[in-house]
Ligand binder design. Sequence first.
Ligand SMILES: O=C(O)CCC(=O)C(=O)O
Length: 385
Amino acid sequence: MYGSDKVSDEAERTAFRQAEKKYKLYYDDAFKSSKKYIALKKQPKQVDLSEVLDFKSVLDSYSENAQLPPGIFARQCGFKRPVFCLENHPGFYFIPGALSMEEQCQWIRESLTSFPQPPNRTNHNAIYGPIHDLFLATKEKKILVDEESSPASLDSEANSCIGNGDAHRWKFYEENIASLEAKTCKSISASKLLRKLRWSTLGLQFDWSKRNYDVSLPHNKIPDALCQLAKTLAAPAMPMGEDFKPEAAIVNYFGLGDTLGGHLDDMEADWSKPIVSMSLGCKAIFLLGGKSRQDSPLAMFLRSGDAVLMAGEARECFHGVPRIFADKENAEIAPLELQFLHEDDRFYLEYIRTSRININIRQVRKEQLCKNTKDTDLTATVKSM
Ligand SMILES: O=C(O)CCC(=O)C(=O)O
């Protein structure tokens, strides 16, 4: 799960860490001393990708001649395409191109508009409190201003309220009004905040400081359409037709250079239930390790529309995302760009050109508890807040 980038000395020496370092984005500083450096754009260091498993090529050759590389097997699970499994990682499933283009666009839009809306929490909560309509504010070029440091004259112009425990401290203002007072106010543009959005949580809210789910936190249920999609995608990991109840989701937002350090998702009660993880936007490298950080991880590409399931033993495996590719050549999002271009909404297009979004959906509680703890009990908390 999302966590600190700080790595202990011991972790620094592990096989997992070495792989993270191998694929992480570093810049070439060959030009630094040259005068040309200023004129040239920073160049990413070349990285050897020859060992990265590419399920797209696996699918292509499998469709052509039914051949599979050693250690990979295919299952027909009622999707348009086969689902791939790894002999060395029982419980891991890769569904290439699981989401249609329309679905990808839909969940990118939701990830930027409705998912970060309160009561869902985001990484911004700790500093700014709940923020409403961040995407809209970005489109409208608004500025978030700290009321405490702002002159009273601004107050009448504010049109969106945010609280940080003490009510309404941070507010969005029109750009021109906020910039008039920029010198006296603590402020940040909505577009910067959107760029710095790293996660939002849906359904049962995850408390990062305690590393567990806090069912007492106000929350909405995961949207029905997302639940339905997650249930459909989870089917290969539920061969006896068991039920998968999506109760919580974490949406991770990656910009250029962002990574997700190696971790385990171990806060859910029933590990036989999969984590359903969907990729949107720029291509990434995913590392699937073993039960110890000392185990060398397998690197694989994740593209927009791919889905991964981690269930059973695979739930005990370290995993992470050391790299996203935000450059035109490697991002592999041309069809997505075209789709958003047609929709004439340049804000989605601008965002996704250099970003990746991951939505991972989980059943948190054991079957019996899901049934016994009625959601009305939990929504009562919402109403009483
Ligand atoms: O971004 C991804 O593909 C993986 C996300 C993940 O591992 C997590 O949120 O626990």
